[in-house]
Design a protein around this ligand. Sequence first.
Ligand SMILES: Nc1ncnc2c1ncn2[C@@H]1O[C@H](COP(=O)(O)OP(=O)(O)OP(=O)(O)O)[C@@H](O)[C@H]1O
Ligand SMILES: [Mg+2]
Length: 373
Amino acid sequence: MISFSAVSKRFPDGTVAVDGLDLKIDAGSFTVFVGPSGCGKTTSMRMVNRMVVPTAGTVTVDGRDVAATDAVELRRGIGYVIQGGGLLPHRTVLDNIATVPVLRGQTRRAARRAALDVLDRVGLDPILAGRYPAQLSGGQQQRVGVARALAADPPILLMDEPFSAVDPVVRAELQAEMQRLQAELRKTIVFVTHDIDEAVRLGDRVAVFGPHGRLQQHDTPRIVLAAPATDFVADFVGRDRGYRGLSFRGADAVPLHALRRLRESEIAAAALAPGDWALVVSDAEHPRGWIDAAGLDAVRAGRSVAEASAAGGSLFTVGTDLRQALDAAISSPSGVGVAVDTSGAVVGGIDAADVVALLAEQRRAEDRLRNGR
Ligand SMILES: Nc1ncnc2c1ncn2[C@@H]1O[C@H](COP(=O)(O)OP(=O)(O)OP(=O)(O)O)[C@@H](O)[C@H]1O
Ligand SMILES: [Mg+2]
């Protein structure tokens, strides 16, 4: 466990970066520090591995006062990942990952062999092992940074905005990878981000920092969104918080409606009334897009199916949450969301009104529970 008791940090120039921080981080939890720029997230995180020394209060790791622990010994148990990966430019990927194990006395050979395993674990092709950091994409560098921290197998991992320098698609991939790794490794992770979406997606606890390094709220993502503790938090989690909150609600009870489906081979002979839509599916029943009467005419006039159909909206994978279900419905050109199973095959259609009705029903059940009836 990591604990901050009445911790403050005033830099020599008088800047108060952290002010009276009290926070307990459970072992095995994924805690996200979130807040606007300059609110003391990095400073707080760096007090855990003694890169910053508090001017007041105590930080402990597993009950031991960090100030009284040898910094080298302390950092042996704490991995640190920063934006861009923080890789050594003149060492290969494999040697970057093997650095700490070698420093700890492993033979270079054994450390390199272990490094290959870790490379695989973070989803990197072993072909990259011999490259230098400059020969990797941003997302690959970031993955190597995570691999390097994991190679030392520390019980605690500090990650400071590790994914903020990559594009949104790579970022989503890295987030998914992180969730998968954490499910497997169960380390104590402290993760810093500006991005509330990233925070609620990854964290099982979210600590929201406000101006002058004052902690505003430390709760599960669901509670932070549903019941912001201060005006600052309400403002920070923003307007879409109702929508974000849907991601914590199960969607198993959303009814799936029959969908008009068309295989590409059936399109030439098909007819649709004006205003009706059909979902174009592959032979394996995977969605390809939506087509209407005008689209069918265009195909008959010689356009390809891809050109004549409207791109589909987002897909709802059965077993996920109400946010996906609602997004699928409202992003679909036909107004009907497409539900797929985990293999990607279409299983039915979703009506936005059903999602909203289910939300209301879940809320009523929660109210009854709260009122003891
Ligand atoms: N070495 C330093 N000397 C003086 N002030 C500092 C020092 N390091 C950080 N600060 C100040 O402390 C405050 C908190 O900085 P910190 O880096 O912890 O913020 P942050 O929340 O991580 O911000 P960001 O999201 O921009 O990374 C800022 O006002 C910053 O300018
Ligand atoms: Mg920072």
